[in-house]
Ligand binder design. Structure first.
Ligand code: NAD
Ligand code: MG
Length: 359
């Protein structure tokens, strides 16, 4: 078991990482203010892990709230069903919401906690690799709007994050790889030695070896916690966490949400960011290929969709959140292990990157 601390003054909280933590009350119960607890989960995760968690919480009154599964349900009506369940079971301001599931559940339960009676406690128990290394840490919560993804939400920090690596045993391999894209991202943006470690342990990670998983998750969470601690509300360095995401979002949008998993689009987008950094003379060919090889070994796509033209990319990238004052800003690599957010590059280099042959 490893414990990390996210340092945000009075909003600081621990992250526990290890095997079988779900069934261990000692990591969860001390963070509960009152007797009431609502576990927010979905129809896929509930049959796998809800009983285990409920047993660990046997000293409390637990209201299970089981939502339909999928990004399509990350919206108002689903939020309303959470509030309905809380009010019907008469949860008061001392209740705690526990998110048991992937990033969709974590984002929604966190936002529900931020809103319910003007804010109640919540705990994250993320069960996908992506949510364990990314969405459960940092306090971004929210839902989608028909006009934009994650457009309605709040910064709201959990009281604790409990990461049970054993839950990954039931995760589809494709979802595991998608999470690995974000893990590799941390190495690329701020931790070069972690890249070397990943090169040595990629097979162990894909084979779900507990100690390798714990180590990779801990180093990823530590990287995210560092960046978030320095810039909680994303006015600066936090944007480096979006390496590969501007190109990746263009792929996700163009292909239709869900066709490419987020991590898959980020992987191909990261290859494009590596290529652009090489064209700017910041990294060399061998460094670019080192990044590509690692993504490939994680089971991820390393070429953008053949059907996408440079114009397709530009069209989708122009509406990216990171566009400030009309100037496109991208996360690029000064070297492996050091990212910058910059709008300071020749237009032609971007065009050449979009037109490059990745096959
Ligand atoms: P997800 O929550 O949809 O989970 C993927 C699938 O795996 C779902 O079908 C889910 O039911 C299933 N699942 C979850 N745990 C399982 C397990 N242990 N075994 C078997 N199946 C399991 O997707 P995700 O990739 O975890 O999260 C994506 C969401 O996270 C998006 O909505 C995205 O916007 C959000 N996100 C938020 C942040 C943030 O900072 N808040 C960061 C990144 C992503
Ligand atoms: Mg991401």
């Amino acid at each position: 078991m490893q414990t990390l601390q996210v340092d945000l003054g009075e909003r600081s909280y621990p992250i526990y990482i290890g095997e079988d933590l779900l069934s261990k009350a000692e990591y969860i119960v001390p963070h509960l203010a009152g007797r009431q607890v609502a576990v927010v989960t979905n129809e896929t995760v509930a049959p796998l892990y809800l009983d285990k968690l409920t047993s660990a919480l046997s000293s409390r009154n637990v209201t299970p709230i089981v939502l339909p599964d999928g990004e399509a349900f990350k919206q108002w009506e689903t939020l309303q069903t959470i509030f309905d369940a809380l009010l019907k079971a008469r949860h008061d301001r001392r209740t705690t919401l526990i998110a048991l599931g992937g990033g969709v559940i974590g984002d929604m339960a966190g936002f529900a906690a931020a809103c319910y009676q003007r804010g109640v406690d919540f705990i994250q128990i993320p069960t996908t690799l992506l949510s364990q290394v990314d969405s459960s840490v940092g306090g971004k919560t929210g839902i989608n709007h028909p006009l934009g993804k994650n457009m309605i939400g709040a910064f709201y920090q959990p009281k604790a994050v409990v990461i049970d690596t054993s839950t990954l045993a039931t995760l589809p391999a494709r979802e595991l790889s998608a999470g690995l894209a974000e893990v590799i991202k941390y190495g690329l943006i701020c931790d070069e030695p972690f890249l070397t470690w990943l090169e040595a342990h990629m097979d162990a990670l894909r084979a779900l070896e507990g100690s390798a998983l714990s180590e990779a998750i801990a180093r990823s969470c530590a990287a995210k916690a560092r960046v978030v601690g320095a810039d909680e509300r994303e006015t600066g360095v936090r944007a480096t966490l979006n390496l590969g995401h501007t190109f990746g979002h263009a792929i996700e949008t163009h292909m239709g949400y869900g066709v490419w998993l987020h991590g898959e689009a980020v992987a191909a987008g990261t290859v494009m960011a590596l290529e652009m950094s090489r064209r700017l003379g910041w990294i060399d060919e061998a460094e670019r290929d080192r990044g590509i090889r690692l993504l490939q070994r994680a089971g991820l796509p390393v070429t953008p969709p053949a059907e996408m033209t440079p114009e397709d990319f530009l069209e989708h990238m122009a509406i990216d959140k990171k566009v400030l004052d009309g100037r496109l800003r991208l996360v690029l690599l000064k070297r492996l292990g050091e990212a910058v957010v910059t709008g300071d590059f020749p237009r032609e280099t971007l065009h050449a990157t979009l037109a490059a042959d990745y096959r």
